[in-house]
Every structure is written in structure tokens, then in C-alpha cells.
Design a protein around this ligand. Structure first.
Ligand code: F6R
Length: 602
């Protein structure tokens, strides 16, 4: 993934492609490239790093002049950010060039099959499997649309693809499934893009090809085809957004947009972590006698949730330490311990120092990171990647959800290998797989959270209480309320309230109880009754039966979910609440004060 642009027209394609990529830069990327039709071929230029590097390379090599082409900014998913992994990817003889957003889930199987048929791979990307598959289909069928129809039937996963064939001058093709791709035209020019901002300078009328639909751009305009290759209509829609609104997909803030992306991100992370080989061998997993997780901020909270799950599923002792503390302690760990560092950016100074310390001490290290090629990804012995894509809002939402999911998959795998799952683990795997649906439903509860935000945004303090996994969710919710809502929020283990904190509960003090663990529900209900009797206004976020919560002034219902994975759902209303508190206060929720996206200082 990240940004796609395509053009067919009468003027030189390159400036249009580069300008389009420039307008998609906000999404974040680590390499870029263009393919431009030239005489009887396709010329491809790619560079690692930012667009400036690509422009320098183009200037040095002499810019291609053709009037049709495709371009891409890449956020690495399969394979490191490098020239060979950048898009466009092409087939060996240069017949096909494609750029791709999404994940080809059966890339491994396709790679095997195509290699056996004599194709040679030159990158680590899943995209190259798609390019070579398209090549082989086009060679066999001789028609681009028929080839795309067959392609859609063979490929599993999500994709938005722009493609060119060297023997089809002045034509660019697009196909999409579960990943955005739009097309537009102006006079004799046609455009293709993954996002609206890239098209805004040319047209405000855009067409959204249907799921599995195909589009051809040529000198006569746009031509749409359905999944079976039959020509179809694709009415254009008028876009009234300005460039900034378009970058946010019409949402007011990146944070809100990224929250909405969580179902997809969680699904992608489940798929990629389930399919990619675990970086530890079975022998290594069996030999572990302890796991130590270290991280900062939200990643630390993801680690706390992971502890509950690992201990319950894998029956292994797990310690979780804040990285800035861990790095100055003398951690006593067994020599058979695994140290897991969790980080969205892979650059956080304290987490990096913790990783280096763990390596120095000779522990096995595993980094769970979102950014390919980041320092932690390079320095840790083993890496697992989350699939959150670039996160622009400073406050993390989707990357945190992806971290939880990656840890679920890791825990399930460890449990399976160590023989801890008595009998069938399918229901658990199925429950993890279906979390994305639950998250979508939680996001639909926005109105209720907006109303609750109205009630609390002018207050000074709020408490969030829960036990076990619910407490870890409270910690994440409290951090969100502090960082984007500037509201003093304290997360408390519900049973600990009576050891001092109850003195702060007065008439009207808001207390949010998170209750998703059946075996702890009555206990937390008792603690909520204690705060209620002291005048607190109690909101309960729960998967449990309403009757248990006589103390609740308001109940936020969550869809039913396996208790082990409930954190993924319970955090959503808290993210929504924090977001709306920030919005009601008129704050810049995407760029909260005194915070940086990647904290590279100690
Ligand atoms: C909270 C937040 C921070 C980060 C923390 C670690 O919304 O964004 O607390 O979670 O700075 O950052 P990474 O995960 O990049 O190591």
C-alpha cells in the first residue's frame, strides 16, 4: 500500500503522476516509483525514500516523455523499503507493470506456482506475484479484460491495482477489491487514483468502480467492466470536499478516519500474522520459560493486555515493563526468556534502548512494529509486523488495535505449539478472525459516546475502573482522554479503589466501568456500587447482562465476544469518547499539545 495514480491523456504523463503522488504524500510512504509508456515499451523508475529522491533519479536518467503511465508511493508491507521492492513491479520481460495497494493473501502459493512455471522473482513483495500472474494470464488469453477477470478469480485478498501492458499503448487498467480505487476524466484526459486528493486539481466528478470491477483508461475515456468482464455503467459522483477534507476521506480529523479503518487493519493484521511464518521455531517456542514485554504509552497497554492472554493461553509467566523504566533496571530474566518490544514507529528512544539492553544481556528479542525497516525492525533478532498502515494522528488508535491483534495471533500460535490448547482451537481462532465485525458495530455507537462526551467535557477529573483485561483497557482509555481531551483521567484496578481513591469520589464524579470478563463482572459491579453510593455518575461499558449493573446510570453495550479478545471492542467507545471530548473543547485532536508521533528523545 499506499498511494496510486494513473493517467492517460495528451500531455506528458510524468508531471501529472508526480503531482498526484505529491498530493498523496500525506499518507506516509517509504519509497516511490513511476512507469511511463515509451515507444513500444514501459520505462520504470523507482527510488527508496521520499519523492525528492525519485525526482533526482528521473532528472539524472532523463525523464520519460510518454503520455500514459502509473505511479505509486509505497508503505512497505511485504519486504523492506528498497528500490527492488518499490512499485511499479513488472514481469521479467517488461510486458506488465503494476502498482498495488492491499494484501495478496495467496501470494506464497502463487509464488510457488509461478516459480515452478519458470518465472523468476526479483523482489520480496506480494505485488510481484500479482504482476507475474497477470503476465501469465495475459500471455494465455491475449486480452486485458479477460486476464483481469481470471486474475480476480485467482487472487485472494484485498487489492487496488493500476496496470499497464507494454503492447497496449495509451491504455491503463485498474481493478479493485476491498481497497479504494477511483477514476475521473476531464476533456480528453483520464485519471485513476487510490484517493480523492490526487484527482481534485482535474475533476470533482469521480467514479467508484464496483467491488471486483475493472476500469480501462484510454484516449476515448473511461470504460468500466464488472467482475465477469461485461461492460457496465459507473455513474460519477460529485465531490464537494476541499483538498484537506479529501485527505481525511471527509472526516473532520485523521484520528476519526483512522478509528474507522480499524476493522480493516485488524483483519489485515490477523491475516498477515496468521499466514506469515512465526519468526520463532517450534523448538524455540517450546524452550521459553518466561516472556518479558516492554514498550511505551499505548504500546505498553497493548503489552498489558497481551500478558493476560499469554498467561491464560500459553501458561507462561509474562512480565510487562515500561521501557523507560526497564532500560535503567537490572532486569532479572531467565536465559530462556523472550523479550518482546512493541512499537508502532519502531523508533521510540526508550523502547529502542530497552531492546538494545535486552540484546546486550543475551536474551532472545522480538520486535512487534508497524513500520518496516524501522530501527527496531532492523535491530531485533526477530520481527512481527502489524498492518495498520501509516498512522497520521498523533494519538494512536488503529496501530494499537493492530498490536492487540498481532499479540492474539502470536499467543494462539505459542499455545498451539506448546500443546496448551486442549482440543480444538478453532473457536478461538474464529473469534479472533471475527473481531473486525465487532469493532465495526462498536464504531456505530458513536452517537451515544458523543452524548456522554457532552456530559463530561467540562469536568476536571474522570475515573475508569475495571479488573484484569478490563483494567488494561481503562489505562488505554484514560491515556486517550488525557492526550486528546486534556481531561485528567485515572485508570484504576476496580478492587484497589477502596484503598484510598474513594476519597476523591463525590456527587457527580464520572466513573466509567469496563466489564467484559464474566468471572470478574460481579466483583466490578460491587466496586461500581461503592462509587455510586458516594454520588458518582456511573457509565458501564459491557458485554454482560444489564441486570448485574444496578449501579449504572448509563450502559454502553458491546457485541458479544470471547472474553479473551474483549479489549479490542471495549477500547472503541473510549476512543470515541476521548475524540469527542477533544472536539467539544475545540482542540486539535490530530496534533495534541506537547506530543510527538514518534518520541525519539529520552
Ligand atoms: C498514545 C501514543 C503514545 C505511543 C508511544 C509509543 O496515543 O501514541 O503513547 O503509543 O509513544 O510509541 P510507539 O508505539 O511508536 O513506540
Amino acid at each position: 500500500m499506499c498511494g496510486i495514480i494513473g493517467y492517460v491523456g495528451k500531455r506528458s504523463a510524468l508531471p501529472v503522476l508526480l503531482a498526484g503522488l505529491g498530493r498523496l504524500e500525506y499518507r506516509g510512504y517509504d519509497s516511490s516509483g513511476v512507469a511511463v509508456g515509451e515507444g513500444k515499451g514501459i520505462r520504470i523508475v523507482r527510488a527508496a525514500g521520499n519523492l525528492l529522491r525519485l525526482k533526482e533519479k528521473l532528472a539524472a536518467e532523463g525523464p520519460p516523455e510518454g503520455t500514459w503511465g502509473i505511479g505509486h508511493t509505497r508503505w512497505a508491507t511485504h519486504g523492506e523499503p528498497s528500490v527492488s521492492n518499490a512499485h511499479p513491479q513488472r514481469s521479467g520481460d517488461g510486458l506488465v507493470a503494476i502498482v498495488h495497494n492491499g494484501i495478496i493473501e495467496n501470494a506464497g502459493a502463487l509464488r510457488k506456482e509461478l516459480s515452478a512455471a519458470g518465472y523468476v522473482f526479483a523482489s520480496d513483495t506480494d505485488t510481484e506475484s500479482a504482476a507475474l500472474l497477470l503476465h501469465s494470464l495475459y500471455r494465455a488469453l491475449g486480452d486485458p479484460i479477460a486476464s483481469f477477470v481470471a486474475f480476480g478469480r485467482r487472487v485472494e485478498g484485498s487489492f487496488a491495482i493500476a496496470a499497464m501492458f507494454s503492447d497496449r499503448p495509451h491504455e491503463v487498467y485498474g481493478i479493485r477489491r476491498d481497497s479504494p480505487l477511483i477514476a475521473g476524466e476531464r476533456d480528453t484526459e483520464c485519471f485513476l487514483a487510490s484517493d480523492i486528493p490526487a484527482l481534485l486539481p482535474y475533476t470533482r466528478r469521480v467514479c467508484y468502480p464496483e467491488e471486483n470491477g475493472i476500469v480501462r483508461l484510454d484516449r476515448d475515456g473511461l470504460h468500466f467492466f464488472d467482475r465477469d468482464g461485461c461492460a457496465c455503467e459507473c455513474p460519477s459522483v460529485s465531490v464537494s470536499w476541499d483538498a484537506e477534507e479529501a485527505q481525511k476521506d471527509g472526516y473532520r480529523h485523521f484520528m476519526r478516519k483512522e478509528m474507522e479503518e480499524q476493522p480493516r487493519v485488524v483483519r489485515d493484521t490477523f491475516l498477515s500474522c496468521s499466514e506469515e511464518a512465526c519468526p520463532l521455531t517450534e523448538e524455540e517456542i517450546c524452550s521459553l520459560d518466561q516472556i518479558l514485554i516492554t514498550a511505551c504509552g499505548s504500546a505498553y497497554h497493548a503489552g498489558l493486555s497481551a500478558r493476560e492472554i499469554l498467561e491464560q493461553l500459553v501458561h507462561i509467566p509474562v512480565r510487562v515493563e515500561i521501557a523507560s523504566e526497564f532500560r535503567y533496571r537490572m532486569p532479572l530474566c531467565s536465559s530462556r526468556a523472550l523479550v518482546i518490544v512493541i512499537s508502532q514507529s519502531g523508533e521510540t528512544a526508550d523502547s529502542l534502548a530497552a531492546l538494545r539492553l535486552a540484546k546486550e544481556r543475551g536474551f532472545k528479542t522480538l520486535a512487534l512494529v508497524n513500520v518496516r525497516g524501522s530501527t527496531m525492525a532492523r535491530e531485533a533478532e526477530r520481527v512481527v509486523y502489524t498492518r495498520a498502515g501509516p498512522e497520521i494522528a498523533v494519538a494512536t488508535t488503529k496501530a494499537y488495535s493492530a498490536q492487540l491483534m498481532a499479540m492474539y495471533v502470536l499467543a494462539l500460535h505459542f499455545a498451539r505449539v506448546r500443546g496448551c490448547l486442549q482440543g480444538d482451537d478453532l473457536p478461538l481462532t474464529q473469534a479472533a478472525r471475527e473481531l473486525s465485525f465487532g469493532i465495526s458495530r462498536c464504531l456505530q455507537g458513536e452517537e451515544q459516546m458523543q452524548r456522554i462526551a457532552q456530559q463530561i467535557y467540562q469536568l476536571h477529573d474522570i475515573f475508569l475502573v475495571g479488573r484484569g483485561l478490563d483494567h488494561t483497557v481503562c489505562m488505554e482509555g484514560a491515556l486517550k482522554l488525557k492526550e486528546v481531551g486534556y481531561l485528567h483521567a485515572e485508570a484504576y484496578a476496580a478492587g484497589e479503589l477502596k484503598h484510598g481513591t474513594l476519597s476523591l469520589i463525590e456527587r457527580g464524579t464520572p466513573v466509567i466501568g469496563v466489564v467484559t470478563q464474566p468471572r470478574l463482572a460481579c466483583k466490578t459491579a460491587g466496586n461500581l456500587a461503592e462509587v455510586k453510593s458516594r454520588g458518582a455518575r456511573v457509565v458501564v461499558i459491557t458485554t454482560q447482562e444489564e441486570a448485574v449493573f444496578a449501579a449504572a446510570d448509563e450502559i454502553v453495550r458491546l457485541p458479544r465476544v470471547h472474553p479473551l479478545f474483549a479489549a479490542s471492542l471495549a477500547v472503541i467507545p473510549l476512543q470515541l469518547l476521548a475524540y469527542h471530548v477533544g472536539v467539544l473543547k475545540g482542540l486539535d485532536v490530530d496534533r495534541p499539545r506537547n506530543l510527538a508521533k514518534s518520541v525519539t528523545v529520552e
